[in-house]
Every structure is written in C-alpha cells, then in structure tokens.
Design a protein around this ligand. Structure first.
Ligand SMILES: Cc1cc2nc3c(=O)[nH]c(=O)nc-3n(C[C@H](O)[C@H](O)[C@H](O)COP(=O)(O)O)c2cc1C
Length: 228
C-alpha cells in the first residue's frame, strides 16, 4: 500500500507534522509533494484541459503529481487554515484538477482511493478549510474521505503544547486504524447518485465539450457501466 501526501504549504509547521505523524503510523511507502514548490501555478482559465488534459500549460508538473496519486492507495492532504480557507497554493492545485470532476472527465482510479484532509488553525474551526478540499475529493469520485482539524494555538510545531501533541498522537493512531484496510472502499449512495446524474447530463449532450460525451461513451458509463 502507498500514500501520496500533498502539502498545501512549503514549510514544515504543525499541519505538516500532523500529516507526517499519520503517514508514520500508516507505515506505508509514501511520496510527498509541497505546494507551491512542486506546482507553482494558478489555473489561467484557458479551458485547454476540457479538450485534452495534456494541453494544460502546466501538464508536465501536474502529470508527476497525478501519476503518484494514481499509484497511491491513500491521499493525505494537509493545509493550514488561512482566513478560514485552505492555503492559496492548495486551492490553486485543486483548480488545476477541475477537469477530473465527475461533471467533466473523471478517472476510474479515483473511485478506489481513500483520502484524509488535515488542517490546523490558531483557534478557529477548520471546517470551512477542510470542506473546500473535501468538495474536490467528492467531485473526483474519491469514495472514502476522513478529515482532521485542530486548533493548535501556535504559529509553528515547536510552539504546540505537549498535552496537545499527546492528544494529536492519539488521534492519529485512531485515524490510521480507520484508514488501514486492504479492501476496496465502498462507493456510497451520494457518489452513485451524482455519477448517474452526470451520466444523464453527458448523454443529453449538456457537456462543456463533445469530447466529454465521447469520453463517457467510450467508457461505457452512459450505457450503465461503472468505474468502481
Ligand atoms: C495567512 C494566515 C492566515 C491565518 N488565518 C487564520 C484564521 O483565519 N483562523 C485561525 O484560527 N488561524 C489562522 N491562522 C493561523 C494558522 O492557521 C495556524 O497558526 C496554523 O496552525 C499554522 O499551521 P502551520 O504551522 O502548518 O503553518 C492564519 C495564519 C496565516 C499565516
């Protein structure tokens, strides 16, 4: 089993350390990406990806991360809470993945992944930061998503109080148990329903491009086949 970690920050603060702690407990081969270090781009809204994903102006960097995601069983996304949202670097990464949403051209392999979203704040709730990442995971078809948010009252990992670190350690042990499973995750009713709706939409030709309908037809998804 393999992990891919996508950090929404270059620095190794509280969020990074919690992600690493979880990865250590999962004890699997892991590949890490740091944003913006490993993909320092914003989506420029050219829509080239709608016709052909390889036409994205940032495809060479994007492909490296996507290949690692395809190979992995578990995705760990980490981002500090910046103004009640994930970091700009994380949001930019998610924007560059918009063609993978079910409404466009989802990838079969997404429907067998597990994912966890981790966020830390100084004191605020992390729900809104986590939700942004979870929305994309749902849009891509990832069926099993857990999250962990904690207010660390600190500007870096060194400042986090020992009792909080003990709690985080225990929480990561529990989370690792929930994530370690060899069986394929079950695709839930919400994803099944969304996939069916998207199939109907593509069948009716309400796509962003005829390329999308062709993709869905070739996969057999319009005539009832499923990627899971
Ligand atoms: C640009 C910026 C915006 C922030 N916004 C918030 C916020 O809205 N609410 C909050 O509680 N903490 C906020 N923080 C604090 C961080 O979320 C907090 O210190 C977090 O644990 C940092 O994680 P890191 O150590 O991984 O960088 C902000 C910090 C920065 C640098």
């Amino acid at each position: 089993m393999k992990i891919v970690m996508i950090h929404g920050q270059n620095h190794k603060g509280s969020t990074f350390h919690i992600g690493r702690l979880l990865a250590k407990k999962l004890n699997m081969e892991s590949t890490e990406f740091f944003l913006p270090r490993d993909m320092n781009h914003f989506c420029i809204g050219c829509y080239s990806c709608i016709e052909d994903e390889t036409k994205c102006p940032f495809w060479s960097e994007k492909k490296i991360i996507l290949d690692a995601m395809e190979q992995a069983d578990i995705f760990i996304f980490t981002s500090p809470n910046y103004c009640l949202a994930p970091s700009g670097a994380m949001k930019s990464f998610l924007d560059l993945m918009f063609d993978y949403w079910m409404v466009h051209r989802p990838k079969e392999w997404m429907f067998s992944k597990r994912a966890v979203v981790i966020s830390t704040s100084a004191g605020a709730s992390n729900n809104s930061a986590i939700k942004v990442v979870k929305n994309s995971l749902f849009g891509w078809g990832v069926p099993f998503v857990k999250s962990y948010g904690i207010a660390v009252q600190a500007m870096n990992w060194g400042m986090v109080k020992d009792e909080k670190k003990i709690k985080i350690e225990k929480d990561m042990t529990k989370l690792a148990k929930k994530l370690s499973c060899d069986k394929k995750p079950r695709v839930g009713i919400k994803t099944r329903f969304m996939f069916r709706m998207m199939g109907m939409m593509h069948s009716a030709g309400w796509d962003s491009s005829p390329v999308e309908k062709q993709y869905w037809e070739e996969k057999g998804w319009i005539s009832g086949k499923r990627p899971w």
